[in-house]
Design a protein around this ligand. Structure first.
Ligand code: ADP
Ligand code: MG
Length: 243
């Protein structure tokens, strides 16, 4: 079976700073993998290497069997299959929620306005903000904005979704609504790679949890092991701080 994501001996330097020091892991189709670890450990850089927002210094990355680190790859074609959700929602402030979810469908997938609107409404409905189609981002709560951003990614019919701390910018009372949407996606079988500090989500939803520290993977296993019974002192020390 082809891995959804296959990362082999991935290294990334920024100048003299080696941020990723040989990362190996895979995500299978339909799996949810949560990446946890201290700030600065390289989690975002790893995620960004999976859609080539960062160019790896060394190593190979495959997405659905296509080597994206091959210089001849059509990266735009690969990126169309990958949805990405960031900590900051990056919505267009001058556009309504509906327009935000339509624009990439029209520009990138060349869908007509009618079809893009139907798909946008479906997805806004799905994430629970169907009543907010005409609102601009400033008129929405952070949790609603993040759900619009998720709807925008889903409207492109991605095969897999990357989330980089999707709830870290939210007021605590808004985190649950976003996690509920992510849980639903996981239950529907979406392949998801999620950087998060939400240990409850990781424990309940993830098939595997990857603990990173200092640019390496320290532990990789089911949540019952990595969170419930960590084998390494570094993992235990991190979990003591966040649990
Ligand atoms: P995390 O997401 O785990 O907090 P990051 O991947 O964002 O960690 O960052 C890991 C390290 O890489 C940090 O030391 C950070 O300063 C550095 N870094 C990240 N992006 C860049 C960049 N574009 N240029 C230089 N250094 C970077
Ligand atoms: Mg980060």
């Amino acid at each position: 079976m082809t891995h959804a994501i296959d990362v082999r001996d991935l290294h990334k330097h920024f100048g003299n700073n080696e941020v990723l020091k040989g990362i190996d892991f895979t995500v299978e189709p339909g799996q949810v993998v949560c990446v946890i670890g201290p700030s600065g450990s390289g989690k975002s850089t790893l995620l960004r290497c999976v859609n080539l927002l960062e160019t790896p210094t060394r190593g190979r990355v495959f997405v659905e069997g296509v080597e994206i680190t091959d210089p001849d790859v059509d990266i735009d074609a690969v990126r169309r299959r990958i949805g990405m959700v960031f900590q900051q929602f990056n919505l267009f402030p001058h556009m309504s929620a509906l327009q935000n979810v339509m624009i990439a469908q029209q520009r990138v997938l060349k869908r007509g306005r009618k079809e893009a609107e139907v798909v946008a409404r479906e997805n806004l409905e799905k994430v629970g903000v169907g009543a907010k189609c005409d609102a601009r981002p400033a008129q929405l709560s952070g949790g609603q904005q993040q759900r619009v951003a998720i709807a925008r990614a889903l409207a492109m019919n991605p095969d897999l979704m990357l989330f980089d701390e999707p709830t870290s910018a939210l007021d605590p009372e808004l985190v649950g609504d976003v996690l509920t949407v992510m849980r639903k996606l996981a239950e529907e079988g979406m392949t998801m790679l999620v950087v998060t500090h939400e240990m409850g989500f990781a424990r309940d939803v993830a098939d595997r949890v990857v603990f990173m520290d200092g640019g390496v993977i320290v532990e990789d296993g089911p949540p019952s092991q990595v969170i419930g019974d960590p084998q390494h002192e570094r993992t235990r020390a991190f979990l003591r701080r966040v649990l």
